[in-house]
Write a protein that binds this ligand. Sequence first.
Ligand code: G6Q
Length: 554
Amino acid sequence: MNTSSLVKTPAWQQLESHNDALKGTHLRALFDGDANRFQHFSLEAAGLFLDYSKNRIDRNSLRLLCELARERGVEMRRDAMFAGEKINSTEQRAVLHTALRAPRGARLILDAEEVGAQVHAVLDRIGQFVERVRSGEWQGYSGKTVTDVVNIGIGGSDLGPNMACQALRTFADPRMSVHFVSNVDGHDLDAVLSRLRPETTLFIIASKTFTTQETMMNAQSARAWFLAQGGNEAGLAKHFVAVSTNASAVSAFGIDTANMFPFWDWVGGRYSVWSAIGLPVALAVGFDAFQQFLAGAHAMDAHFLGAPLERNMPVILALIGLWNRDFLGCSSVSIAPYHQDLKHFPAYLQQLEMESNGKRVTRDGAPLGVATCPVIWGDVGTNGQHAYFQLLHQGTDLIPVDFIAALQPRHGLEGHHKALLANCFAQSQAFMRGKTEAEVRSELQAQGLSTERIDALVPHRVFPGNRPGNTILMQTLTPATLGALIALYEHKVFVQGVIWDVNSFDQWGVELGKVLAKNIHALLDGGADAAAGSSNALDSSTAGLIARARSAAT
Ligand code: G6Q
């Protein structure tokens, strides 16, 4: 197999020499050398503002990075995705999450079917259902209205709606609580069920395939709980609905397909919050707000499709990320939302980025030869500042940070928001500037410390700075700005995937563990081990762990 052609492209080669030339220049110097750096390296789109000036780039870097994007066919591949071409080559599927948020009337034919009409037919059904539940017209088996919704799903069928419900909690109807159960660990479901009453609970079983072990097991247990706690078979239809692409499995589970909200194989799990998988979000915030969420994402789609690469927010975010990863060697990126309601956003992005671009071969199967997706992690500011930011400031790794903040809060508490924003801006400033030895010395001298003491303290109190960061701002966190924010990162991931030439839309890496877990489950249940020497024979570690679990169970 040949290695990827990426490193041989003219733009890549020029970027390498450019990197050598720029290496010695500190971010402070880049700011000192250009009074308008902020204006030059920031842009606005779909209600979001991106400041990427605190990255180790100059105008030349940006020019070359955009050239790289052009050489790799980003525009052509983007258009192919939007047009419904089967760009998910290993699964022979189109990738059309953008069609889920296109306005009514947008036309797109896929395999002789009108996609827009299908999407809006399901959206209409969601709208009607949401209205019935929220108005109290939809009643449980004892005539009571729904007070609790439990979404049972995992991965893409959990992370998006869970994150969005948290992000939009100030828009939610306080009379209804939405809970999320994903883990096969019974502690997850048990903790939720112990607080609920079956007669006022609505379960959404969310699974694209309707075969996922964790979800099926939780769904069966929820059903058993419902029947054991006073519900009856006839009442199941009022308390269990499904979101899936697999109507026959939904029926087999005992859910009437009239209570199933479908989606399609061209919607990837981690791109599915815009589909019926977003049902818990629509129930929480109402259908109008859900439509604003879709409209926000669509506004970002329109920008991504129409803006030149140099002024295209997802493209710029992607190129900066690629520069940091492949030229500066950053193997992880920290996501720091300075917004409590975005607390699940880092976990959501973890799946979006790492499952999409955590790949090591090209679409043709050739080894890549360059690093792909960095590790994505993080937590809300200001909490992270009092935990791991130390390492970001003074540790041995270079870890860029994406700061995300809203300019206006949705609470009325005096003083908090300015304190929050001050911390957000101060951290990105500190990462960029650092603190030089001269600055540390003069500060300590002013405190009257002895020269000896100062010499001892200086190495500990110097901050190298020169640490890259982006800042994304929005006016307020609303359904629309949240939609735009998610779409921004979706397209960022897409652009990086095109440049690396990986298939961002499959996830074969998830499969191996699933298959092995099935075998081990059978062994834990008392099945016989494979004969020593056979290809299924267990290693001593796995066999030892199974033996311990078996003996603990007896
Ligand atoms: C996402 C992945 C994965 C998937 C879950 C749940 O892109 O495919 O996270 O969403 O494995 O799958 P089901 O929805 O089929 O249960």
